[in-house]
Design a protein around this ligand. Structure first.
Ligand code: CAA
Length: 373
């Protein structure tokens, strides 16, 4: 793949394969399996990882540009890419042994495997340290018992990064991370949740009943799980910020083209100052969000700590996604509210970006924690 031509290729890919399906994927709540297969074939499931592990060898920026471009057309498709890349391949790349990278990362990067991440539990959402899933050491294997909820790509993923307590008495220092294959005995996936937005993406419960995970599938060291989760989420939050910015841009482009052609009182509504002022404000918000997103990307690519810049990017980009898609509907009036014009989908899809991979309140905790330290 020519990395210098990646953005053009992704735009073409999205226009050809993603955009035409976006509406039906939403209406039918259908996981776009055929698109995921193509994403793998085009190398778009292994962008920021070295070629020696089957990746493309691009940087975070190239990956983030891709998530953003695809989000302009379909946020269901972009969250599949983001959960796979940021939440599954990335922790294996950062913390995995060479054997784990050879076994899993190569297949994930080539799209032969799809990845997912299981941290959230019924009683451990924002307070991720309260893990109840237990992993008991039986020598050659760990036995996992417990459940995870709201897991993106569940049921379609081949590999899951799962967090569980190996030493509950140590609190968050007793949490460990595991690479779990889909077919192990004692592991089942619950029914698909019915959601407000990103309705084609699969979100399910994962149930572990004495599921045996081989010892060699411990990711990192015992007790390192919480840090692995937090570092993974730092990267994931940049992915969701990119998704949010893409949603905002997609809704904005639709609104701009609408106001230029919609005529009322004998002139296009773009000639009214109210329209112009709203468009100016939305454009300014989008560019401010872009600045924060690409600052976080640069921090990651240039090996600076990006915990806070990722949190700020996600906090602001998700707010902008909700506001821009809401205002886009308002500019389009009744047409904006009906499904044929699609901007209502952008608002429904935007809302989750304020919730998953850490709510906006969590991002504020992370930012304020640093500022006030
Ligand atoms: N990188 C590395 N280490 C980190 C870290 C980071 N970003 N953040 C915290 N840590 C470390 C701390 O240094 C500390 O370690 P030491 O004790 O050795 O110093 C340890 O972790 C505990 O830190 P805190 O005291 O700050 O942790 P906390 O319990 O107060 O939690 C929190 C902080 C920010 C609220 C955290 O729990 C959190 O991010 N919660 C939200 C979880 C989340 O985002 N869930 C989404 C799941 S994924 C998803 O949405 C589903 C999907 O499939 C898309």
């Amino acid at each position: 793949m020519r990395i210098d031509l990646l953005n053009e290729m992704v735009e073409e890919f999205s226009k050809t394969y993603v955009k035409p399906l976006a509406r039906s994927v939403d209406e039918e709540e259908r996981f776009p399996a055929e698109t995921v297969e193509l994403l793998g074939k085009y190398g778009l499931l292994g962008l920021p990882f070295p070629k020696e592990y089957g990746g493309v060898g691009a940087d975070t920026k190239a990956y983030i540009d891709t998530v953003r471009t695809i989000s302009k057309d379909c946020a269901t498709t972009s969250v599949i890419i983001s959960a796979h890349t940021s939440l599954c391949s990335s922790p294996i790349f950062m913390f995995g042994s060479e054997a784990q990278k050879a076994k899993y990362l190569t297949k994930l990067n080539k799209g032969e495997y799809l990845g997912a991440f299981g941290l959230t539990e019924p009683g451990a959402g924002t307070d991720a340290s309260q893990q109840q899933t237990k992993a008991v050491d039986f020598g050659d294997y760990y036995e996992l018992t417990g459940s995870k909820i709201f897991i993106t790509n569940a049921g379609y993923a081949d590999v899951y990064i799962i967090f569980a307590m190996t030493q509950p008495e140590l609190g968050l220092k007793g949490i460990s991370a595991f690479i779990v294959e889909k077919d192990i005995k004692g592991f089942t996936v619950g029914p698909k949740e019915k959601k407000m937005g990103i309705r084609g993406s699969s979100t399910c419960e994962l149930i572990f009943q004495k599921a045996r995970v081989p010892k060699e599938n411990l990711l990192g060291k015992e007790g390192q799980g919480f840090k692995i989760a937090m570092q993974t989420l730092d990267g994931g939050r940049i992915g969701i910020a990119a998704q949010a910015l893409g949603i905002a841009e997609g809704a904005f482009e639709r609104a701009v083209s609408y106001v230029k052609t919609r005529t009322q009182f004998n002139r296009p509504i773009s000639k009214f100052q109210n329209t112009q002022f709203v468009i100016a404000d939305l454009k300014t918000q989008i560019e401010a969000a872009r600045g924060l997103l690409y600052q976080a990307v640069a921090d990651k690519d240039e090996n600076r700590n990006y915990t806070v810049s990722a949190a700020m990017a996600k906090l602001y980009c998700s707010k902008v996604a909700v506001e821009v898609s809401d205002k886009a509907i308002q500019l389009m009036g009744g047409y904006g509210y009906i499904r044929d014009y699609e901007v209502e989908r952008y608002l429904r899809d935007a809302k989750i970006t304020e919730i998953y991979e850490g709510t906006s309140e969590v991002q504020r905790m992370v930012i304020a924690g640093k500022v006030l330290a």
